[in-house]
Design a protein around this ligand. Structure first.
Ligand code: FDA
Length: 392
């Protein structure tokens, strides 16, 4: 059967794919957007607790991880949070800043998906879902894609099928297989923005499941000051999710349990409340159960007055740099994103086109660019999708 012809085929109708298809379609290109899921934009729908944290006003290249930290600069500079906010405002979607520059819909993430579908419709994009993408072939300057039992062909192909985080939502490693098929390299994918698990001695901290506290979490040079949450498997909460993207298996993680306390606060407590125990002093700044567990671990029994200044200084230093050695993560099943992916070394940072295969593009999470928690990953999806959409 002859293949139906388009100017461009975009594989994956998620954030990056829909944006890319809409931009290309509105330039007058005939675009086909394909997805194996029964519905477009499933991750957008569940994002931000159903309200979609669609961008971050503090977007800057240093908030993204990649083997090449410069790669994201070009696309991010050419399609900014202000550009996406302008689009959201054109659609009359109400939004608010929750915290740390994170913008969420007041209503529902469904509004963002409806907006992107409308943008696709304005560009005459042919959107098709719910069939498996089969063989992808390349020859005579055209890409040929099998979708269900139909064949489509186009001179441009965009890989926008995301990464393997949350497989039960239709996420897959398809982007990597396709990239390898065309000779592109893939930086080892790993779960990121993911809860960490504890074993060994640290397993005792699991007893604190449900306790949350502000901390500063550090791994190497990266540090995040936000809430941490103890879980029945280990550690979660925004500070931990953020640091998980920087943490590598086998490495320790340092937690400052008193990020807001003035240096020397424990010695000051000895002067001000000599009769208090360490447990009571900790209880003044930390949740009760955590104070008890940390005081037990530090083991300085009796009143503060009975402790040497040296011991109290050591205790404070330990509380400022409590070292955990996570034994793993909760894996792709719980990871908000995938770090690693299609190597940026083989892509143009201007257009997202493969350097070695003309008119093959990769955008969004499929690429080795991973944002911090808080709307950065969608901003990358929009920006990289637009970069390719403008040239296909
Ligand atoms: P995305 O995953 O959105 O889309 C890929 C598409 O390809 C999907 O529609 C999928 O069905 C399709 N596909 C996959 N394999 C295929 C195959 N073999 N054949 C055909 N189609 C295939 N980010 C953020 O900035 N703010 C937030 O609030 C959140 N919240 C959030 C919550 C949760 C629970 C998760 C899991 C993730 C987030 N994220 C987020 C991250 C964000 O969702 C993610 O970075 C973007 O959706 C990535 O966009 P892409 O378009 O690259 O992939």
């Amino acid at each position: 059967m002859p293949a139906t012809e388009f100017d461009a085929i975009v594989l994956g109708a998620g954030a990056a794919g829909m944006m890319c298809a809409a931009v290309a379609g509105q330039r007058g290109r005939r675009v086909l957007l394909l997805d194996h899921a029964d519905q477009v934009g499933k991750k957008i729908l569940i994002s931000g607790g159903g309200r979609c944290n669609f961008t971050n006003i503090h977007t800057a290249p240093d908030r993204f991880l990649s083997a090449n930290p410069h790669f994201a600069k070009s696309a991010l500079a050419r399609y900014t949070p202000a550009d996406f906010i302008a689009l959201v405002e054109r659609y009359g979607i109400a939004y608010h800043e929750k915290t740390l520059g994170q913008l969420f819909c007041d209503g529902s993430a469904k509004q963002i998906v409806a907006m992107l579908l409308d943008e696709c419709a304005k560009g005459g994009v042919d959107v098709r879902c719910g069939q498996p993408v089969g063989a992808v072939e390349h020859g005579d300057g055209r890409f040929r894609v099998r979708f269900g039992s139909a064949d489509f062909a186009a001179p441009n192909l965009v890989i926008a099928t995301g990464g393997p985080s949350i497989p039960k939502m239709g996420a897959s490693g398809f982007a990597y297989d396709l990239a390898r098929q065309f000779g592109l390299k893939v930086v080892e994918p790993r779960p990121a923005l993911v809860p960490l698990t504890l074993g060994g001695d640290d397993v005792l901290f699991r007893e604190l499941s449900g306790v949350a506290t502000p901390v500063e979490a550090r791994a190497g040079k990266a540090a995040f000051r936000e809430a941490a949450l103890f879980t029945h498997k280990g550690l979660s909460g925004p500070a931990i999710l953020q640091i998980s993207s920087y943490w590598r298996h086998g490495e320790p993680l340092a937690i400052d349990f008193q990020p807001d306390a003035a240096p020397g606060w424990l010695l000051a407590a000895k002067r001000d409340r000599p009769r208090a125990t360490l447990r009571a002093a900790l209880g003044a700044i930390l949740p009760d159960r955590l104070a008890e567990t940390l005081a037990d671990r530090i083991a300085l029994p009796g009143e503060l007055a009975a402790q040497t200044d040296r011991n109290l200084a050591d205790a404070e230093a330990r509380l400022r740099r409590w070292s955990f050695r996570p034994n793993g993560t909760e894996g792709f099943a719980k990871a908000e994103v995938t770090a690693g992916g299609i190597s940026t070394a083989g892509l143009s940072s201007q257009t997202m086109m493969a350097k070695s295969v003309a008119n093959l593009y990769a955008v969004g999470e499929a690429v080795d660019v991973t944002g911090w928690l808080g709307g950065y990953n969608f901003q990358w999806a929009w920006a990289s999708g637009v970069a390719a959409g403008k040239v296909i």
